[in-house]
Design a protein around this ligand. Structure first.
Ligand code: SAH
Ligand code: SF4
Length: 402
């Protein structure tokens, strides 16, 4: 494994965050209301200006009010005196040997400028037929899944809708995805047949999205709106550890694809691996899945299953998995465990993963094994954490042999 390229953008040319409130992350109606209540435009003009602004922000990726040429100059002036369009600051951008990119973004809370800035990680995974952006919903996580690195970082705070969208906007800017933007030098980023580098969004970064439901909902509604970022809802996946009461609202109100971090087929083991299971055990979780709005064979739920050596990877567990999911249109995503500093688990050997996948496949489920991406830059599933830590020699050696 060779070293990742680490570009330091800590001195990126970004204006210092201001105390003016941000306009990123407001629904169109909310934006119209804000413009009117700050007396930037009259009540009559509110909706029209909000549509124009949405187009500049989400279709054209503009960060400077002066570039909004169809907005009258005095209005542009008032807008820049009153609001900001700041994107996160890039603390670092790393590119893996496999093309995966990881950013460490820093946000300040304009409503509470006295609070310390927070940092989150966002990952871009280019493949031949798609480009997926893995977005964070919280700084840290309140949950403590025993195999997840993020779970060792205490929750600092929820991200706002604007900060969730800010990750997507900044990634699109860096990947040259806005009109007139330039692609990074390494090329090959735009998947075959696509015009954009980012075609898919997964809410699989740091945090539990359903513990920050309102902000995630607002951000995804803007990401998927035809006059917003127009990313198809079929190409947006929200992953949850199993916050049962919010599963039905997710389907009804956000209407995106659902992934469930299952990882075990018995409550006693799932209680240890995914402790939220003590609150909402398997039976309730699977019942909520069966009732997910819009569920059909064309729109299946993805069940994520991390392969932990000797813990949850036996043939009997593969058969039990098939039995549990009977009657739910499902895909099963097997994820080889990605180690992190201090983790107590090992990755199942590849022949074990193949055997497990075989049993699941024979039962009629598509069960792709997720190829770990960006492990060399700690960008793979479950490795994200925004407090830097040094890897112990033992873990580093383990990582190099994978
Ligand atoms: N909090 C949400 C989404 C973020 S985690 C959730 O738990 O679903 C994205 C996926 O990576 C989840 O399925 C999670 O269980 C899995 N994951 C966490 N740590 C991992 C690790 N070390 N190796 C492989 N997958 C991991
Ligand atoms: Fe939180 Fe998801 Fe990690 Fe569990 S797996 S600790 S829910 S980020």
């Amino acid at each position: 494994m060779s070293l990742a390229l680490n570009i330091d953008h800590s001195s990126a040319v970004r204006p210092a965050p201001t105390m003016r409130p941000s306009l990123i992350g407001l629904s169109k109606a909310g934006l119209a209301e804000t413009l009117v209540s700050h007396e930037v435009v009259s009540e009559k003009e509110g909706r029209m200006r909000a549509s124009q602004l949405w187009n500049w922000l989400y279709v054209n990726g503009v960060t400077d009010f002066e570039r909004m040429t169809n907005v009258a100059k005095p209005v542009r002036q008032k807008l820049s005196d009153t609001f900001n369009l700041d994107r996160p600051e890039i603390v670092s951008e790393q590119v893996s040997v496999d093309g995966t990119r990881k950013w460490l973004f820093r946000f300040r809370d304009p409503a509470n400028p006295h609070l310390p800035a927070v940092e989150v990680e966002t990952v871009y995974i280019p493949e031949s037929d798609r480009g997926t952006l893995c977005v964070s919903s919280q700084v840290g996580c309140t949950l403590t899944c025993s195999f997840c690195h993020t779970g060792t970082q205490k929750l600092v705070r929820n991200l706002s809708a604007g900060e969730i969208l800010g990750q997507i906007l900044m990634a699109r800017e860096r990947l040259g995805d806005f009109p007139g933007g330039s692609r990074p030098d390494d090329g090959g980023l735009v998947p075959g047949g696509e015009t954009r580098a980012i075609t898919n969004i997964v809410m699989m970064g740091m945090g539990e999205p359903l513990y920050n439901y309102e902000n995630v909902k607002q951000a995804l509604l803007i990401a998927s709106a035809g006059d917003g970022m127009s990313i198809s809802k079929r190409r947006i996946t929200l992953s949850t550890s199993g916050v049962v009461p919010y599963i039905e609202p997710t389907g009804r109100e956000i209407d995106v694809m659902l992934a469930i971090s299952l990882h075990a087929v018995r409550d006693d083991l799932r209680d240890v691996l995914v402790p939220i299971n003590k609150k909402w055990p398997l039976k309730e979780l699977l019942e909520a899945c069966k009732n997910y709005p819009g569920l059909s064979n064309a729109r299946r739920i993805t069940f994520e299953y991390v392969m932990l050596d000797g813990i949850n990877d036996s043939d009997a567990e593969a058969r039990e998995l098939v039995r549990l999911l009977a009657g739910i249109p499902a895909k099963i995503n097997l994820i080889p465990f990605n180690p992190w500093p201090g983790s107590n688990y090992g990755t199942s050997p590849s022949n074990r993963i193949e055997r497990f996948a075989d049993i699941v496949n024979k039962a009629g489920y598509a069960s792709p094994v997720r190829t770990p991406r960006g492990r060399d830059i700690f960008a793979a599933c479950g490795q994200l954490k925004s407090e830097s830590e040094r890897l112990s020699r033992k873990d580093r050696d383990a990582l190099l042999t994978l």
